[in-house]
Design a protein around this ligand. Structure first.
Ligand SMILES: CC(C)(COP(=O)(O)OP(=O)(O)OC[C@H]1O[C@@H](n2cnc3c(N)ncnc32)[C@H](O)[C@@H]1OP(=O)(O)O)[C@@H](O)C(=O)NCCC(=O)NCCS
Length: 157
């Protein structure tokens, strides 16, 4: 397995989008498939790439995308603080626990710092224990639980 120095970390190009999408399909199980207000699909990948390509990062080994991070900046009305939101972070299970997620996160962190961001946020399902452990290791604190409800408007459903 190739790891260590052979991992290339860079911003994504248009040629990476299909690989990012398929890797996301693999790593986001039905529970992590959507977060509070976003869903993993082709549109999400292309939309983030079109709007904030500088915050779409990939980790590649021998040209193969094995991890990615995608984020956005949230400008809070009437607040001096802008937030950096790491929306999606995924690492190929074949390359898990080799600090690829850490490398992606740290690069995202550096980019956000360079943008003058003073607060980062992440969200994931409450039962996604590996991700919560990962983010706690990165210094995230104060996990807050939200209740997320749905109402089926399909009368036939
Ligand atoms: C969460 C995720 C990105 C971690 O990627 P990774 O490259 O395997 O993580 P790293 O190797 O950098 O791990 C850093 C630390 O996080 C913690 N960690 C990572 N994966 C873990 C797991 N499965 N179980 C427990 N702790 C874990 C460990 O403390 C680890 O340090 P260690 O290996 O020295 O003990 C990856 O598991 C993943 O893609 N999960 C599915 C998608 C997801 O939930 N994304 C986050 C929400 S968008």
């Amino acid at each position: 397995m190739n790891t260590g120095n052979e991992i290339e970390l860079r911003t994504a190009t248009i040629d990476d989008l299909a690989a990012i999408f398929h890797l996301g399909d693999k790593v986001f199980t039905s529970q992590e498939f959507s977060n509070l207000y976003r869903t993993w699909d082709e549109y999400e990948v292309t939309h983030l790439f079109n709007s904030e390509a500088e915050y779409v990062l990939v980790a590649a080994v021998e040209g193969k995308v094995v991890g990615f991070a995608m984020g956005t900046i949230i400008e809070k009305h009437r607040s001096a603080w802008n937030y950096g939101h790491l929306l999606w972070l995924g690492v190929d299970p074949d390359y898990a626990r080799k600090h690829i997620g850490s490398m992606l996160f740290e690069r995202f962190h550096e980019i956000m710092e360079a943008e003058g961001i003073r607060m980062l946020m992440v969200d994931t399902q409450a039962d996604n224990k590996p991700a919560i452990k990962f983010f706690k290791r990165k210094g995230f604190a104060n996990p807050t639980k939200h209740v997320y409800m749905t109402l089926n408007l399909n009368k036939d459903g």
